[in-house]
Design a protein around this ligand. Structure first.
Ligand SMILES: [Zn+2]
Length: 242
């Protein structure tokens, strides 16, 4: 039997969360952070097409659930069910075989290649049972929308977004924003987190430069000792102090 090639992509719901953190209770990836692409779909389509079709399918299904379910009803179950449908259809693999979490987000193709990929992906999502619309594609590609401290989403009819600002139905189902949440508090908390993240990143840089300097000094010392060893009888230290 030919061993299965395990192509993976980051969970499309988790990459749209704050700092792309994986949710342990994510309805799409169940906390694994990645989805294995299904062997059946990979037999007919390129990995990029299959990965994009997963997004199209989940977005279309989440949009339909948002239209059909009563306002405020949780849509996580609908998203979990859509993920199961993709699994049964062989578009994504069983979570047990998807392996270790991926570290890199796959780069999307650009230009013509991107358009062809999207058209094929929409077709695959359609054949699997969803009806993707151009709105879904636009939503998936839109950057996060972050509310300002004085924005009042309910009062000013700003776009409805997920907790991390994604306008996709997919992220709004997996990571819903609190409709009565305090926008001002959320903005200040985000700024504080970003500030702390910058501090950590700066510390990493500093530790690295200290380590590099130490390594350079140690290497210089070793070179000096070696040099002293080759000139037996005339230790380096005596030469230095002389
Ligand atoms: Zn996830």
């Amino acid at each position: 039997m030919i061993p299965e090639v395990r192509m993976r992509r980051c969970c499309p719901a988790c990459v749209r969360r704050y700092a792309a953190l994986v949710a342990p209770d994510c309805p799409v990836c169940k906390g694994v952070g990645v989805l294995g692409l299904g062997a059946a779909a990979l037999h007919h389509y390129e990995p990029a097409v299959v990965a994009r079709a997963v997004e199209f399918y989940l977005e279309a299904k989440a949009r339909e659930a948002a239209e059909q379910l009563p306002l405020g009803a949780p849509r996580r179950e609908a998203l979990a069910a859509a993920t199961d449908e993709l699994r049964y259809a062989g578009v994504i693999a069983d979570p047990l075989v998807s392996g270790d979490p991926a570290r890199h987000r796959a780069d999307a193709p650009e230009g013509t290649a991107r358009r062809v990929t999207d058209a094929e992906a929409a077709r695959l999502a359609y054949l699997t049972g969803a009806t993707p619309s151009p709105v879904d594609q636009a939503n998936l590609d839109r950057p996060p929308i972050l509310y300002g401290p004085d924005d009042r989403p309910l009062a000013r009819s700003l776009p409805v977004v997920s907790a991390a600002g994604s306008p996709t139905f997919l992220a709004r189902a997996a990571d819903p924003a609190d409709p009565l949440g305090d926008t001002r508090a959320a903005v200040y908390e985000r700024r504080a987190r970003d500030w702390r993240a910058n501090v950590v990143a700066a510390a990493v840089d500093r530790v690295r430069s200290i380590r590099t300097r130490r390594q350079a000094r140690r290497a210089a010392r070793e070179r000096a000792t070696l040099h002293a060893g080759t000139h037996a009888g005339t230790p380096a230290r005596t030469q230095e102090t002389a």
